[in-house]
Design a protein around this ligand. Structure first.
Ligand code: CA
Length: 233
């Protein structure tokens, strides 16, 4: 099945390059040069993913995103942002964008992000049907079979590492203190040092993280949080 990508970008040269590259990769594309046209096209046809520029004349990217998400929580939306749009990136992610990429971007990186977003959204229904499967982004952990995957790779964890990742996956986007993790994973009767948490976080990161981006973020002086890996350009 050919996947369909809607490009909403007012700079015609960028829109054209995106369209050519995506069609070369065998995606079907549609292009809108204003937020309003993008929204109309989004509603009229069926799309598997939206590439949405933030800085658009008239209805801007965040307005478009807000309107898309008021009716549709599932179609992945990737934001195209300028380097100094930090605040808009954060608002965009809070509004339900799946990812963002900073201009000027490498087309290979954009294609990788698109593949990831499509893969995650394509898996959602099956995952939702299995209550023992915990997922977050490209991470998945099955609580009964104890299988762990990250970005399609199978991950071997020791029982303690498994318990730690399981606890983080049950509380995504929530900062957990070392004490909370120690209680949850090692138990209340554990009288060791909380440093053991840092050690095991390091083990788990080493196994699940592929390259520079980490799923488990350190919150200085507090603890750890499982969040989408943020790639900074
Ligand atoms: Ca623009």
């Amino acid at each position: 099945m050919t996947e369909r990508i809607l490009i909403v970008e007012d700079e015609e040269s960028i829109a054209r390059v995106l369209q050519l590259e995506l069609e070369f990769e065998k995606y079907e594309t549609g292009v809108a040069h204003t937020g309003t046209d993008g929204l109309i096209l989004f509603r009229e046809e069926k799309w598997d993913l939206v590439l949405l520029d933030l800085m658009l004349p008239g209805l801007n990217g965040l307005d478009v995103l807000r309107r898309i998400r008021s009716h549709d929580e599932h179609t992945p939306v990737l934001l195209l942002t300028a380097k100094n749009d930090v605040e808009d990136k954060v608002i965009g992610l809070d509004l339900g964008a799946n990812d963002y990429i900073t201009k000027p971007f490498e087309i290979e990186e954009l294609l990788a992000r698109i593949r990831t977003a499509l893969r995650i959204s394509g898996h959602e229904p099956a995952e939702a049907a299995d209550p023992d499967l915990l997922t977050f982004g490209d991470l998945s952990l099955h609580q009964l079979s104890r299988e762990v995957h990250c970005g399609g790779r199978s991950i071997e964890l020791t029982p303690r590492e498994f318990d730690l990742l399981q606890h983080l996956l049950k509380h995504p986007n929530q900062v957990l203190s070392r004490e909370q993790l120690l209680d949850a994973v090692w138990g209340y009767d554990y009288f060791g040092d909380t440093n053991v948490v840092d050690v095991y976080i390091r083990y788990v990161r080493k196994k699940i993280d592929d390259g520079e981006a980490s799923h488990i973020h350190t919150v200085r002086g507090v603890g750890y949080v499982l969040k989408e890996p943020v790639h900074e350009a």
